[in-house]
Design a binder for this molecule. Structure first.
Ligand code: NAP
Length: 342
């Protein structure tokens, strides 16, 4: 399994982690033994590479211990729990390890990571770490509940080539909205336009974000799906029209930033233009899961939803995957293929 050897200061590096060989226990009553096949790599993990995570968020990871609370899929190899049999494909939250003993019925990751069978006839197992899992739910709930998407809204999605952003941008597009996406390279801008079929896109590294946004949306925007925070959030506050809404999904630009996190200097625009800023967690909208799964599985199947994975091979690559994802060198959902299998 991969463990955290020390809490990183500034940018996380591979040297902050180590691979530990530990015996695989037999499952006890109510437990299953799972051979993991794919495990997730998420920006939010950076907030947990601290002794204590932000108040109200998931707890910090312990040093030299299993990293609990990371979405993972795998195959049951032994079961002492009702309702689970060897050969079942399951999702759970005991990630970044080859084998996990998981207790059935114990809530994990606010319900999203509680041990459950997944339906591989609907989609391949790894899809449950992306569109059919927390990423899909976050994108869907962020648009419908936090941003209260309305007919005619012009929508800007930041980090739009990433896991949540690519889904949020395409869901809004499929629902008939003009969508602007931003990302961190020219190649990813092409991906947003050619593969995700967004109306406009820009590279946030090319110029100040506010001016790039003004070029892409000269008449302003109605919804901002914020994955980045910092200068992006400030640009959105300057571009939102009256009654506009911001879904505060994440602030990845601030997770590794040295010193005090950057807040928007123009927050008064929220008052001036009757804006709504709403933070949300996908896992607080579990009631959306059936509708989200139905819609996204349908759009994946009929080809309207483009989905890309950045797959790193081998568990030892998990820290490298995290470093690359935070640096912006991956496209789509970043995952690690742990073992041969599904
Ligand atoms: N609220 C929730 O329940 C929830 C759930 C899941 C994720 N999230 C949040 O959603 C956001 C996206 O997560 P994800 O899993 O989809 O990750 P992701 O977008 O696949 O990967 C993170 C991306 O953020 C961009 N980025 C990194 N540093 C940046 C900076 N300084 N300025 C601008 N962009 C930067 C990079 O892409 P570029 O090359 O495009 O810059 C990077 O690839 C994160 O803020 C995450 O914490 C929230």
């Amino acid at each position: 399994m991969v463990q955290l050897g020390r809490y990183p200061v500034g940018r996380v590096t591979e040297r902050d982690f180590r691979v530990a060989e530990v015996p695989v226990p037999d499952p006890g009553p109510g437990e299953v033994l799972v051979r993991n096949t794919y495990t997730s790599v998420d920006p939010g993990m950076r907030l947990r590479l601290r002794e204590s995570g932000p108040a109200g968020y998931f707890a910090g990871f312990a040093l030299n211990a299993p990293l609990d609370g990371i979405m993972t899929v795998g195959e049951v190899v032994a079961s002492e729990a009702d309702g689970f049999r060897p050969g079942d494909t399951v999702r759970h939250a005991s990630g970044w390890r080859e084998y996990a003993v998981v207790t059935a019925g114990v809530p994990a990751l606010a319900g999203l990571g509680t041990l459950a069978r997944i339906d591989t006839s609907v989609a391949a197992p790894s899809r449950y770490l992306g569109p059919l899992g927390g990423m899909g739910l976050t994108a869907y709930a962020g648009l419908l509940d936090a941003a209260e998407l309305r007919e005619g809204d012009v929508v800007w999605v930041s980090a739009a080539a990433g896991a949540v952003g690519s889904l949020a941008a395409q869901i809004a597009r499929i629902l008939g909205h003009r969508v602007i996406g931003s990302t961190g390279s020219d190649a990813k801008v092409r991906h947003l336009l050619d593969d995700l079929s967004l109306a406009a896109a820009f590279n946030h590294r090319r110029a100040p974000v506010a001016s790039l946004l003004r070029e892409a949306a000269p008449d302003g925007i109605d919804v901002y799906f914020d994955n980045v925070g910092g200068d992006h959030l400030e640009a959105a506050l300057g571009a939102l029209r009256r009654g506009g809404r911001i879904a505060l999904c994440g602030a990845v630009s601030q997770y590794e930033a040295p010193g005090r996190p950057l807040g928007p200097a123009n927050l008064f625009q929220a008052t001036a233009n009757d804006l709504t800023l709403r933070g949300f967690r996908g896992s607080s909208h579990l009631h959306r899961l059936p509708a989200m799964t139905h819609d996204l599985a349908g759009w994946l199947a009929d080809g309207r939803l483009h989905y890309r994975e950045a797959v790193f091979h081998g568990l030892h690559q998990a820290p490298t995957a995290l470093v690359h994802m935070l640096a912006g060198t991956t496209t789509g959902k970043t995952i690690v293929r742990v073992a041969a299998g599904s």
